[in-house]
Design a protein around this ligand. Sequence first.
Ligand SMILES: *Cc1c(COP(=O)(O)O)cnc(C)c1O
Length: 390
Amino acid sequence: MDRWSKRTRAVQAGIRRSRFGEMSEAIFLTQGFAYGSAEEAEARFLEAGPDEFIYARYGNPTTAMFESRMAAIEGTEDAFATASGMAAVSGALLGVVRAGDRVVAARALFGSCLYVLEEVLPRFGVETVFVDGTDMDQWAEAVTPGTRAVFFETVSNPTLEVVDIAAVAGIAREAGALVLADNVFATPVFSRAAELGADVVIYSTTKHVDGQGRALGGVVLGSRAFVRRTLEPFMKHTGGAMSPFTAWLMLKGLETMDLRVRAQAETALTLARALEERGVRVLYPGLPSHPQHALALAQTGSGGTVLSFDLGSRERAFAFLNALRIVTISNNLGDAKSIATHPATTTHQRLPQDQKDRLGIGPGLVRLSCGLEAPEDLLADVTEALDGLP
Ligand SMILES: *Cc1c(COP(=O)(O)O)cnc(C)c1O
């Protein structure tokens, strides 16, 4: 498998066929597993072998296939699949910290990640400190010796700031801190997060892995010791496991992920260029105008499938959204269907104004997740909506 590309791994890795030799991965829609004897049950509770399962909250054959395939794609030793992206983020953080610990995080985060770091962790005596994720001096100052963990989105939502994974990992390593990277916007297709020094890589698989808007899911990837000794005990007793049916949907999603994500990223670059040519201020790591363009290309080789742009005011942003005919107003991303979002009034509504200002989430900001429709149709849809603006 070492010779296989990510694209091959995404289709083939982790398959474990039953005695029927089924081609499509089997869905083991079962909560539990029967033991042949009381002795066997005792032995399995003591230590379960690779083909031995106890209870679906701990693990399940379909879920295990998904975990193996994700680990193979990301290049980590192991993975734990979760019920949602937020179960992955909160599980990874809560599984690691204890009262008195310090966690340093980038300020530009998905709203729910911010809630966990700002509201939940401090409730249990964990100190959380926020920095500008692109400013290495701020990381170096905040990550004091003994800091337990650092957390950041490798590309932030919705302002698409790119964090230098290797540089932050270097600072964290010196302080003895674990590096947790929420890598949704980079996508598993373009990710090099583990290779660049992230100890733990986290995805909401709701996004590009399913990629078809069907199910919530998440995954935490890392070393076998981290996944099985630190994370699994926490996850299996707190109940955030992925359902076997979801794992099957995600396995099917992975088969087409490489093709989908590359096509979506190409469309995003086309739209970003077209908008910029019309004088719109566009935030897209794939454009030379992006402040971390070189870093984005070195880190992932792509600008990704999502772009954001500023239409100047809430009135113009709303008029634009309401004029779109193909692109749908919703708040998922990475979906086969193109989706436009107004972060200031939806995903980031909860944030106080000064925080929105600091994060660059202005009233005119629109986030566009490019889907799989024909790029020329999307371009026409976006251009016509812009033409009609006041
Ligand atoms: C969507 C998202 C999450 C949360 O994932 P869910 O599957 O919706 O729980 C976390 N982080 C980022 C960056 C996301 O985009």
